[in-house]
Design a protein around this ligand. Structure first.
Ligand code: N01
Length: 528
């Protein structure tokens, strides 16, 4: 069995499947394990889910032993944790680093996958598990002239391991998604001058990060197993947030403001979006929350024109990934920070010294930082030449958007599982929980096959069609499609506009997966 990717998904898949007696080999492109947390080393990189939740649940000893220093884990801390897991469960002996899988071809005759890597490995495997990640294909926009730039340039998702010292430099940051919002305050504090190029203003909430309160930590640890079980029954896979009971329109303006204020002070995105039942499905309700945050921005940012530019008006709050920050809006009150709107005046090219928009020239810059995101959810899989012998490539099959059954398998590609693939809750949940749920489901399926002499499993095309239709229907019943987000591939020119994650909630999705298994893997074709 080959597992592609040595991030949080690949490591757990190795541990779980090796534990069942399978012969497993992991191939990882990076020179270390950790996936997202290996690559994204930009200043301020930090998880926006609280550490006590954003961690593996499969080992109670592990979760009891590990000590998270802060409410939200920093990138170095999370990477340390992942490396600890790799050592603690003796995973490294089955992981080949510095190796990118380039192709995977299935032979219906031998019923085996033949994989090739950029290190000239050729591997034969009965099963492939794609643990390639949802945000693992960094994208620098195709700007004319980048090669002529005389300064240094960086992408948030390919950050130099030795770090970057911006002291004394003039710096440009392009992009104001989660990565931009996290790095901008830190770069501003270090650089001589920072110019931020914003195409779309994003909603951001204060993280209210702090050292982890020891009392809170011991209480959490005493209740850990129950809390993990509780998380399984929530829409986002995160416990500790009581479900809302009222619509935002069922309460008075005063009560609404008090509730939003209390969530704003508490910090965190889940708790804010969970203030009312209908913030993600009812535009009028959402408007109340969006306007509350816009008013906060107006109250923080002293220059009214800058504040208006930073206040998002083109999408409902939560329909693009909500950012969490520390001093993001406050940063625009610094004398050494300027904001440029590149929606009204788009970037046309990078020059030797800076960049040119339609109407202006900016620079000189010592460095340009691209916080411009990823070819999300499908990019990593489409980059591998995946096909059944003499058949179409997965990339071609997905030319009009990804199609999966449950986000776990793709019809026409037998014995290939995807961990947190498009069509599953994935990025709309606590990712590690989603990874564990998929891996455990795959492990059960493989045991079922082994116990019954099945050699091949494949998603039924009709079951896949029904699932794709359901994923779309659920998304269409929410406000999510109103935003131009990476959830719909809008950040990549030419990418088909398809809503990729499943937003029907983790709890219901998990029940569906369990029911499928209980009904003899309904919608899958098992053959001996
Ligand atoms: O990427 P993004 P990200 N000209 O795609 C802009 C996770 N994450 O790396 O919105 C000018 O969100 C683009 O503009 P627009 C999290 O799930 C989590 O920040 O497309 N601008 C946007 O502002 C997150 O959602 C954490 O109009 C251009 C920005 O670049 C996901 O990763 C931290 C442009 C890209 O934003 C991706 O976040 C970091 C162009 N040609 C990331 N092209 C935490 O856990 C793109 N942009 C906290």
């Amino acid at each position: 069995m080959v597992v592609v990717g040595g991030g949080l998904g690949g490591l757990y898949a190795l541990h779980r499947l090796r534990g069942l007696g399978f012969n497993v080999r992991v191939f990882e492109a990076g020179s270390g394990v950790g996936g997202t947390w290996f690559w994204n080393r930009y200043p301020g990189a930090r998880c926006d889910v609280e550490s006590m939740e954003y961690s593996y649940s499969f080992s109670n000893d592990l979760q009891q032993d590990w000590k998270w220093p802060e409410r939200y884990g920093t990138q170095p801390e999370i990477l340390r944790y992942i490396n600890h897991v790799a050592d603690r469960f003796d995973l490294r002996r089955d992981i080949q680093l510095n190796t990118r899988v380039t192709s995977a071809v299935y032979s219906p005759e031998s019923r085996r996958w033949r994989l090739e890597t950029d290190q000239c490995d050729v591997i034969s495997a009965q099963f492939c598990v794609m643990a390639t990640g949802n945000l693992s294909t960094p994208r620098v926009p195709d700007f004319k002239g980048l090669e002529s730039f005389k300064g240094k340039w960086y992408h948030s998702g390919l950050w130099p391991h030795e770090g970057v010292d911006f002291s004394g430099q003039t710096v440009a940051v392009i992009g104001t998604g989660s990565s931009g919002v996290q790095m901008i305050p830190l770069i501003a504090a270090q650089a001589d001058h920072l110019t931020v190029f914003q195409r779309t203003a994003n909603f951001s909430l204060p993280a209210r990060n702090a050292p982890l309160d020891p009392e809170k930590e011991s209480r959490h640890k005493a209740e850990y197993e129950q809390r993990r079980r509780d998380a399984l029954d929530t829409p986002f896979g995160i416990a500790g947030h009581p479900a809302p009971t009222k619509s935002a329109l069922d309460v008075s303006e005063d009560e609404r403001q008090r509730s939003y204020e209390s969530k704003w002070n508490e910090g965190g995105s889940i708790s804010f979006l969970y203030t009312y039942t209908d913030l993600l499905v009812n535009k009028a309700s959402n408007d109340t929350a969006s306007e509350f945050v816009r008013n906060k921005i107006r109250s923080i940012v002293r220059n009214p024109a800058t504040a208006e530019l930073l206040a998002p008006k083109d999408h409902p709050i939560g329909t693009k990934r909500l950012c969490l920050d520390t001093n993001y809006y406050e940063t625009y009150n610094r004398n050494n920070v300027s904001l440029v709107d590149v929606k009204s005046d788009p970037i046309q090219e990078i020059t030797e010294t800076g960049l040119r928009t339609r109407d202006h020239e900016y620079g000189p810059f010592d460095a340009i930082v691209f916080a411009t995101g990823f070819d999300a959810m499908t990019g990593a899989l489409r980059e591998i030449d995946i096909r059944v012998q003499d058949g179409p490539a997965l990339a071609d099959e997905w030319a009009s958007g990804p199609r999966t059954y449950l986000g776990i398998m793709v019809s026409g590609f037998p014995n290939m599982f995807v961990i947190t693939g498009p069509g599953s809750p994935s990025v709309k949940t606590q990712m590690i929980l989603a990874i564990e749920q998929h891996t455990d489901w795959i492990a059960d399926c493989l045991q079922h096959m082994r116990g019954n002499g099945y050699q091949q499993v494949e998603a039924d095309p009709a079951a896949q069609d029904d699932w794709v239709q359901h994923v779309n229907q659920v998304a269409d019943s929410t406000l999510y499609p109103l935003a131009n987000s990476w959830y719909v591939g809008a950040n990549i020119p030419g990418k088909p506009r398809v809503f990729m994650p499943y937003v029907g909630g983790f709890a219901g999705y998990r029940q569906k997966c369990d029911a499928v298994a209980e009904n003899g893997y309904e919608g899958f074709r098992l053959t001996t």
